[in-house]
Design a protein around this ligand. Structure first.
Ligand code: BDR
Ligand code: CA
Length: 331
C-alpha cells in the first residue's frame, strides 16, 4: 500500500490523543507531514502542548507540531444554548488523569494555517487531511486559497451527526464550536468523509478493553489507560445510553488505514449557521429527498470488533528500546 501523505488537524483532547497515537503507530502506511492544532477541547496553547506531549510519549521527537487558530470564525452572539465545555469531558489539562511532562519537542514557528497552505501548494501529489477538531484552520486555508481544493485528496473528519447531537440536541461538538467553518468545508467541493456521532458512538470503551490495554504494560499503554479511565467515567455521564467513553477521533485514522471497516452513503449535507438552537446542526439528506448533489460520504456503520482489534494491535506496537533488548536477552 502506498503511504498516505497526511496532515492531522486536531485539538487534544483524550480521543484526539489516541487518534494521534494510532497514526504514529503506522509509519509504514501513513506519512504524517505535520500535526496542526486548533482551539476546541481546550485553548490552542493547551491543544498544541498536548499534541507535542503525545508525540514525545510516542518517541517521535521528529514530528512537526503547529499552533493554529486561537478562536473560531465567528464569535457566538447571545447566550450559548450549551453550558458545558471541553474541560468537562477531557479534564482541566485536556488529557484527563494522564500526567505527561512538559514537552521538549519544539513548537514550529509557522502558523498551522500557513503550514497547511504551503505544504499543499508545494506538493506534487494530493494530500489527505484528517480532522478531529473544529474545522477553523482548514476553513481559513480554504478561504485564503480556494484553489487548494484541487490539492486535497480528501478530508476525513470526525464531526456532525445524522441524529441527536452531544452538545445540543441539534449539534455535535466540533460543528457546534465552529458552524461557519464546517459550512466552508462542506461547500468547498473537496471530497469529504464525515464520521459523525451515529458511527462513533458505536466505538466506546469498556472495562474489559481497558484491562486488555493495561496488560500490554508499556508506558504508552499505561498513559492510554490513565487517559481513557477518566474519559470512560465522565463521558458516560454526558451520553446516557452509551456505556463508556466514546472513541470518536481514532475513527478518522482507522478509516484511512482500513476503510473496509466502515459503511456509509454519498449524500448531501448542509450545516446550519444560524444563531439559534440549530447552530452547527448537520442536516444529512440520507434518502435524497432534496435531489442535491452529494457533497460527503457519511459513515453510519462501523465494524466495532475490527476497530478495537486495530487499536489494540497499534498500541502494542509501542515497545521501548529497553523493553526490546530485555525481551531479546532472554529469548
Ligand atoms: C468531538 O468533540 C470532542 O470533544 C472530541 O474530541 C471529538 O472530536 C466529539 O463530538
Ligand atoms: Ca477532537
Amino acid at each position: 500500500m502506498k503511504k498516505i501523505p497526511l496532515i492531522l488537524d486536531c485539538d487534544p483532547g483524550l480521543d484526539d490523543a489516541v487518534a494521534l497515537l494510532l497514526a504514529l503507530a503506522h509509519p509504514e502506511s501513513i506519512n504524517l507531514l505535520g500535526v496542526t492544532t486548533v482551539v476546541g477541547n481546550g485553548p490552542v496553547q493547551q491543544t498544541q502542548e498536548n499534541a507535542r506531549r503525545i508525540c514525545q510519549l510516542a518517541g517521535r521527537l521528529d514530528m512537526k507540531v503547529f499552533q493554529g487558530c486561537p478562536r473560531h470564525l465567528f464569535v457566538k452572539v447571545g447566550s450559548s444554548p450549551s453550558t458545558y465545555t471541553g474541560a468537562d469531558i477531557h479534564g482541566e489539562t485536556g488529557l484527563g488523569g494522564c500526567k505527561l511532562p512538559f514537552p521538549t519537542i519544539p513548537l514550529q514557528s509557522v502558523h498551522a494555517v500557513s503550514f497547511i497552505l504551503q505544504t499543499l501548494l508545494e506538493s506534487s501529489e494530493k494530500i489527505t487531511i484528517a480532522a478531529s477538531g473544529p474545522l477553523t484552520n482548514i476553513a481559513c486555508a480554504l478561504i485564503m486559497e480556494p484553489s487548494l481544493k484541487d490539492k486535497i485528496e480528501k478530508i476525513v473528519l470526525m464531526g456532525g451527526v445524522i441524529g441527536l447531537g452531544n452538545i445540543t440536541p441539534s449539534a455535535e461538538y466540533n460543528f457546534f464550536c465552529d458552524p461557519q467553518a464546517a459550512s466552508v468545508v462542506f461547500t468547498s467541493g473537496v471530497p469529504i468523509v464525515m464520521i459523525g456521532l451515529d458511527a462513533t458512538r458505536q466505538t466506546h470503551t469498556s472495562e474489559s478493553w481497558l484491562r486488555t490495554i493495561e496488560s500490554i504494560n508499556t508506558p504508552i499503554s499505561q498513559a492510554v489507560v490513565d487517559m481513557l479511565s477518566y474519559y470512560h467515567r465522565v463521558d458516560a455521564l454526558f451520553e446516557p445510553g452509551v456505556a463508556g467513553g466514546v472513541l470518536h477521533d481514532p475513527n478518522v485514522i482507522a478509516y484511512l488505514l482500513k476503510p473496509e471497516l466502515y459503511k456509509g452513503r454519498d449524500v448531501y449535507v448542509e450545516i446550519d449557521v444560524s444563531p439559534t438552537i440549530m447552530a452547527g446542526r448537520s442536516t444529512v439528506d440520507w434518502y435524497s429527498k432534496l435531489h442535491c448533489k452529494p457533497n460527503a460520504y457519511v459513515v453510519n456503520e462501523i465494524d466495532v470488533n475490527g476497530f478495537f482489534e486495530m487499536l489494540t494491535e497499534a498500541l502494542g506496537r509501542y515497545i521501548f528500546p529497553e523493553q526490546k533488548s530485555h525481551t531479546c536477552s532472554h529469548c
